[in-house]
Design a protein around this ligand. Structure first.
Ligand SMILES: Nc1ncnc2c1ncn2[C@@H]1O[C@H](COP(=O)(O)OP(=O)(O)O)[C@@H](O)[C@H]1O
Ligand SMILES: O=C(O)C1=C[C@@H](OP(=O)(O)O)[C@@H](O)[C@H](O)C1
Length: 303
């Protein structure tokens, strides 16, 4: 057992939102969450969470993540858990999955259950099994806090492993892993003004057959087409603007669509087109320029 561990995990953009069909796809982005967990060996199991720089967000998810790991190993330590993040929250960029992954991994690390990369004691097979456990404990915590409908296994795996994951969320299976490896590609995120996340499940299920078409495109590697189609279907269903995606294409984006249940839109473009796309879209809201993340969540400090 250690006294403190810090881990990082990443947000993800949506290629296919799984709510209509229980099958989804997401890709890691370099915006993410850093979580630090400190253990106190007082047998009181008091868990206190703090979110740096976010007054309006309650620490319930991060406290639940630590509790679920301690419960899994039947331990009664107290703990302090702190997060800091550059990932927009409640925006459709999987901040809940990224947070759950980072806090769960940091808790496993401080308990000495998960050896950090480079550790000589690392046993690849054990770590791979623990990866599954970490993702599933994180999903449990998101369910416990009513933050997911399908478990968002697509978001959770893309956040944890990086790259593109295509998933069956009902059976928690990764159907395919891939990555955007295009040269010189940037990720554009738009958080439009005056819109909030929309979780109208009944309306989202109406478009099941059309999302299936987008999903089948995704399965064969047509990721730009799948992202764009998915974005149009869910934006029109959830009353988000659809013209924004068209204008993004007009200004040079390779693809652009609603991410998750919104309000954010996400797209990819060649780096040289970023200025023109920003010029076209900045009238709609706040823009973040980031990159795809093809790397795994990891422990960055253990003491
Ligand atoms: N950095 C963070 N630290 C602590 N909790 C966070 C952080 N980011 C997100 N959360 C939790 O996740 C919730 C947002 O999750 P959700 O509504 O699913 O939106 P998203 O689309 O961003 O995943 C927040 O209300 C909060 O409980
Ligand atoms: O709650 C869920 O099951 C899901 C939420 C959505 O993401 P956001 O929570 O980021 O909107 C969606 O993209 C994902 O495929 C499934």
């Amino acid at each position: 057992m250690y006294s403190k561990c810090t881990a990082i995990s990443h947000g993800s953009g949506t290629i296919i939102n799984a709510i209509a069909t229980n099958k989804g796809s997401a890709f890691g982005i370099t915006l993410g969450v850093e979580a630090t967990v400190e253990l106190i060996n007082d047998h009181k199991k008091i868990i206190n969470g703090k979110i740096e720089g976010q007054k309006e967000i309650a620490p319930n998810l991060i406290e639940t993540c630590v509790k679920n790991v301690l419960d899994y190993y039947n331990l009664d330590y107290s703990a302090k858990v702190t997060t800091k993040s550059n990932l927009p929250i409640k925006s459709g960029l999987s901040s809940s999955s990224a947070t759950a992954n980072a806090v769960t991994l940091a808790t496993m690390g401080v308990l000495g259950k998960y050896a950090p990369e480079g550790d000589k004691k690392i046993n690849k097979k054990i770590n791979n099994e623990l990866d599954d456990l970490i993702i599933n404990l994180g999903i449990k915590s998101c369910f416990d806090e009513n933050l997911t409908i399908t478990g968002a296994y697509d978001d959770a795996t893309a956040s944890y492993y990086g790259g593109i994951t295509i998933t069956d969320n009902e059976n928690r299976k990764i159907l395919k892993r891939d990555a955007f490896n295009d040269e010189d590609v940037k990720v554009i995120v738009l958080i439009p003004n005056n819109y909030q996340k929309n979780l109208n499940k009944e309306r989202m299920i109406l478009i099941k057959n059309y999302v299936e078409i987008a999903f089948n495109n995704c399965l064969v590697g047509n990721y730009y087409e799948a992202l764009f189609m998915n974005g149009l279907f869910y934006a029109s269903t959830l009353n988000f603007p659809t013209n924004i995606s068209i204008e993004a294409l007009e200004s040079g984006a390779l693809t652009f669509g609603l991410s998750g249940t919104g309000p954010s839109y996400i797209g990819l473009c060649k780096a040289e087109n970023v200025p023109n796309i920003v010029k076209y879209l900045e009238k709609y809201g706040k823009i973040y320029i980031t990159e795809v993340c093809n790397s795994k969540s990891k422990i960055i400090n253990l003491e």
